[in-house]
Ligand binder design. Structure first.
Ligand SMILES: NC(=O)c1ccc[n+]([C@@H]2O[C@H](COP(=O)([O-])OP(=O)(O)OC[C@H]3O[C@@H](n4cnc5c(N)ncnc54)[C@H](OP(=O)(O)O)[C@@H]3O)[C@@H](O)[C@H]2O)c1
Length: 219
């Protein structure tokens, strides 16, 4: 499959590398066509992929992983343009975190979310929020955390969510029954507001290979 991975940070890197290993045709997008981080990544996968601008990558991709910096994702996606996203599944992985004032805070929360902002800005894209609640190594290798543990997805389009569920299982090794559908894209509020707890747990545990497991009792 032709897949765009927008973002040259550790998340884009990890997801794009896994997709290349699986044999997909991947283009990593950055603000500039030949970013240093993009070129370094391309070398790391033995040149078996492409790099370009955010728009170049999204134009090539049949589906798009948005792994841009969450506080700047709207800017990054505006550079992509609506035409390059129309009708495509847009998997929004970022968290809208502002690190400028010490302990990170969310740039949007409670009554809105990054996932919703993107869906409003690009009404013809099929935005699915996914993977943002776990570390990037866990995203593509859930077995780093022992036992069953959960992932959330949400989005307005059932078909898009079904595809994402299948990709997460087939490509990354998640169990379908461990992926919890939180409903429409407003479910992104809770998924993004998980971040303050995740960051606290990271400080306490000392490494990022952990996740939550939902235990549901009877009524
Ligand atoms: N680290 C994890 O394990 C993890 C787990 C879950 C979710 N997340 C979230 O995933 C997102 C990506 O994280 P990351 O650490 O991989 O990368 P990051 O450093 O947060 O973001 C890197 C990407 O954002 C782009 N970017 C930065 N500032 C921009 C701006 N002003 N305008 C447009 N684009 C801009 C960069 O473009 P260039 O390529 O041009 O530099 C780069 O592609 C974040 O929101 C993070 O909170 C991270």
């Amino acid at each position: 499959m032709k897949i765009a991975v927008l973002g040259s940070g550790m998340v884009g890197n990890t997801i794009a590398t896994k997709l290349v290993q699986l044999g997909h045709q991947v283009m990593m997008g950055s603000r500039t066509a030949k970013s240093a981080a993009g070129q370094e990544w391309l070398c790391s996968v033995g040149g078996k992929a492409q790099i370009g601008t955010f728009a170049d990558a999204a134009a090539l991709g049949e589906s798009v992983f948005d792994c841009t910096n969450g506080a700047n994702s709207l800017t990054a996606l505006r550079a992509v343009g609506a035409n390059n996203l129309r009708g495509k599944v847009l998997i929004n992985v970022g968290n809208p975190l502002d690190f400028s004032k010490g302990m990170p805070t969310l740039t949007v929360c409670n009554t809105d979310s990054l996932g919703e902002q993107l869906q409003r800005e690009f009404p013809e894209a099929l935005v699915v929020k996914a993977l943002n609640t776990v570390n990037c190594e866990v995203m593509v290798k859930p077995s780093l955390v022992p036992g069953d543990h959960n992932l959330f997805i949400c989005g307005n389009d059932q078909g898009a969510k079904a595809k994402v569920n299948r990709w997460l299982c087939d490509w990354f090794g998640w169990k379908s029954e461990n992926i919890i559908d939180l409903g429409d894209i407003s479910g992104a509020r809770g998924m993004e507001m998980w971040m303050p707890i995740w960051l606290r747990l990271y400080g306490k545990i000392g490494h990022p290979h952990f996740n939550l497991r939902l235990s549901i009792g009877s009524k």
